[in-house]
Design a protein around this ligand. Structure first.
Ligand SMILES: *Cc1c(COP(=O)(O)O)cnc(C)c1O
Length: 629
């Protein structure tokens, strides 16, 4: 098989549909009173914590388990709103991250509990905690014999909420008798508690399948959801979620008696063909697979020959009919038994958990759903490279980077939303800015008492994006606001509400694009005049920079005493002129410019006031000027 779409030399494929299917198989073992926590520590055993969490959530996960506060924080930053439990003991130095991100924490020491409580009091929060009983694993946790004492000490701390009590099996996969003893100890402890916490949990995947922990109400699912089976057990139909692939990058011949690789550990017993795959132990392909691993290439199982190097391995191509450079090799996973993690690690006495965590640490991950590529995530060890991210993720990064820099999520959000989002919100819309922006407003005496004639002339250059555009006129700010985000609108006017909106009160005198005089058609909808400007020949100008001219005529109340011009798009070079009749004695102007030049040039001349910037000055949206008279 020659690969398509993916250009990397090696990559990880994550089959989210397989993950979903595995979950549904495992869920069928749950008791009606049981829910499950999805364990996503170590980036979901190398599968991508956020992507896995989303699917698990959809499949009913009520909790997520991570190894440390940083993993929890990352999930939060990426939008996970579900409860998250940190499974291993935490340090007091991590308390702020824990509380600030609303992470539930496993508490196994009184000192830590006191420090956590103190910080929670200061922050006026309730810290959610789960207490761990050591029932025989003898890793973290409070010994069952000391637990009840510990529990009552913790209970005294005002700002700790004991949401769960849990334990962990040492050998749920292969020692049911010992597991039963652990469970007995666990329930003895639980049954003596003054009250039942919300969650009681002890099962991991293997325990669930081995029908342990039936009285608990939460099950912690890990390895089996990722498709790893207990080797000697009946086939449950679980499928590997992760596949690690690479590309045949060189084909060579070796003569009988020559050796391959470091320390000459493999010697050719005949003349043969072999190939180089560009991955090694630095990519997580275990060194112990030297002269031991197998790889699928074109439906043929090839042996790894010689030692695994840091960045390369060699495979025997003798059985391949016509090997080609660029052929895809499957190193781990896939539907065939030989490359399943369980079977690879059995070759060297390794551990599937480890292999999943380490594989592909130099590769990009691609996510598939129903056989379709839906998403990718970048290499793990890499400084920030924007191209690695799809637009939606990049937007999130920009927003959180601003928030982090300003140390305020709220301000970060508002800057992103109000100032930046418009630039890149519509991902397939290029930024088209206006250049050479001239806006001339002429007020003159009118026959209608209490009003000036207002004539406006707008000129600018811009790339044409459609074969029509709109001029809109509304009598309320609220209605007009609806058109702010509409990229089809080139001119907006707010009409005094004493007027009836019609084609007498607001007249579009001339609309021109380059030499073309456009046709206008007026629609009165949504309390607004929508004037559509079009021309059959505009189509030929789409994508080209054109010159817009828009001339309107309307009335403006003398009693308003002010008139505002808004710049709603990114604009380069601004020139706004306001001319006024004799009866206006004095005009003041207040520009509010965001951009490089916050103080545009203001010149005043015989009944004319002008606000302008240099031709190449960038002015950001939501700038403008108020003329007061
Ligand atoms: C990792 C972990 C699990 C998940 O175990 P699997 O064997 O992967 O199902 C469950 N509980 C705790 C406390 C863990 O650390």
């Amino acid at each position: 098989m020659i690969k398509k779409n993916i250009c990397d030399r090696s990559w990880v494929e994550i089959d989210l549909s397989a993950f979903r299917k595995n979950l549904s198989i495992l869920k069928s073992y749950l008791e009606p009173h049981q829910q499950f926590m999805m364990i996503v520590k170590a980036d979901a055993y190398g599968h991508g914590a956020i992507e896995i969490s989303k699917i698990a959530s959809e499949e009913g996960a009520v909790y997520f388990g991570v190894a440390n506060p940083e993993e929890g924080r990352l999930l939060r930053l990426q939008g996970c709103k579900s409860p998250i439990l940190i499974l291993s003991p935490c340090l007091t130095s991590e308390i702020n991250v824990i509380l600030d991100n609303d992470l539930a924490v496993n508490v196994t020491s009184l000192n830590f509990a006191k420090a956590l409580n103190k910080a929670a009091v200061v922050k006026d929060k309730q810290a959610i905690i789960h207490l761990k009983v050591d029932t025989g694993m003898h890793r973290s946790g409070i010994l069952d014999s000391e637990f009840s004492d510990f529990y009552s000490q913790i209970q005294k701390l005002s700002n700790l909420n004991i949401e769960g009590v849990f334990s962990h099996f040492a050998s749920a996969d292969d020692d049911i008798e010992f597991s039963n003893q652990q469970e007995e100890r666990f329930w003895k402890v639980i049954d003596q508690l003054p009250e039942r916490p919300k969650y009681i949990h002890i099962d991991n995947s293997h325990a669930l399948i081995n029908k342990l922990g039936k009285r608990s109400n939460l099950v912690r699912l890990g390895i089996m959801a990722y498709g790893i089976q207990i080797p000697l057990q009946e086939d449950l139909g679980l499928q590997p979620v992760m596949t690690f692939k690479t590309t045949l990058s060189q084909i060579k011949h070796i003569s009988k008696g020559e050796s391959i690789g470091y320390n000459r550990s493999w010697i050719a017993d005949k003349d043969c063909v072999y190939g180089i795959l560009p991955i090694g132990y630095a990519d997580g392909y275990d060194f112990m697979l030297s002269n031991n691993g197998v790889v699928w290439l074109d439906n043929v199982l090839c042996k790894v020959i010689g030692r695994i190097s840091m960045d390369m391995i060699c495979i025997d191509l003798s059985d391949i009919d016509k090997p080609k450079i660029g052929d895809v090799a499957t190193l781990l996973g896939g539907s065939r038994l030989e490359t399943r993690a369980e079977n690879l690690v059995a070759k060297y006495g390794g551990n599937s958990y480890e292999l999943l965590c380490q594989v592909g640490r130099r590769a990009k991950s691609y996510f598939f759903q129903n056989g379709k590529l839906i998403h990718s995530i970048p290499l793990l060890r890499r400084d920030f490279v924007p191209d690695d991210f799809p637009d939606s993720k990049l937007n999130k990064i920009i927003e959180s980077a601003i928030a982090q820099r300003l140390q305020s999520i709220e301000i970060g959000e508002i800057i992103y939303r109000e100032m930046l989002r418009d630039f890149f919100y519509y991902k397939d819309r290029d930024i088209h800015y206006r250049h050479n922006f001239h806006h001339k407003i002429v007020f003159s005496s009118s026959l209608i008492a209490g009003y000036y004639n207002a004539s406006t002339l707008l000129n600018f250059d811009k790339v044409l994006s459609n074969d029509y555009f709109l001029v809109v006129c509304a009598s309320s700010d609220e209605v007009l606001r609806r058109y702010f985000k509409n990229g089809d609108v080139e001119y907006r006017w707010l009409m005094d509400d004493s007027f009836k909106l019609d084609n007498e009160s607001f007249i579009v005198c001339l609309v021109q694009v380059d030499e073309l005089i456009l046709e206008t058609s007026i629609k009165h909808i949504n309390d607004c005049l929508e004037i559509k400007c079009s021309h059959p020949k505009l189509r030929g100008k789409i994508g080209k920079k054109v010159h817009f001219t828009i001339n309107t005529q309307t009335l403006y109340p003398t009693s308003a005493h002010q008139f505002s011009v808004f710049i709603t798009e990114l604009t380069r070079g601004v020139d706004i002129t306001f001319q006024y009749p004799q009866e206006i004695k004095e005009v003041d102007c207040v520009p509010f410019f965001s951009g490089q030049d916050k103080d545009p040039l203001i010149t005043q001349n015989n009944r004319e006031i002008r606000v302008s910037t240099e031709l190449n000055e960038w002015i950001f949206p939501i700038s403008g000027v108020v003329f007061a008279y």
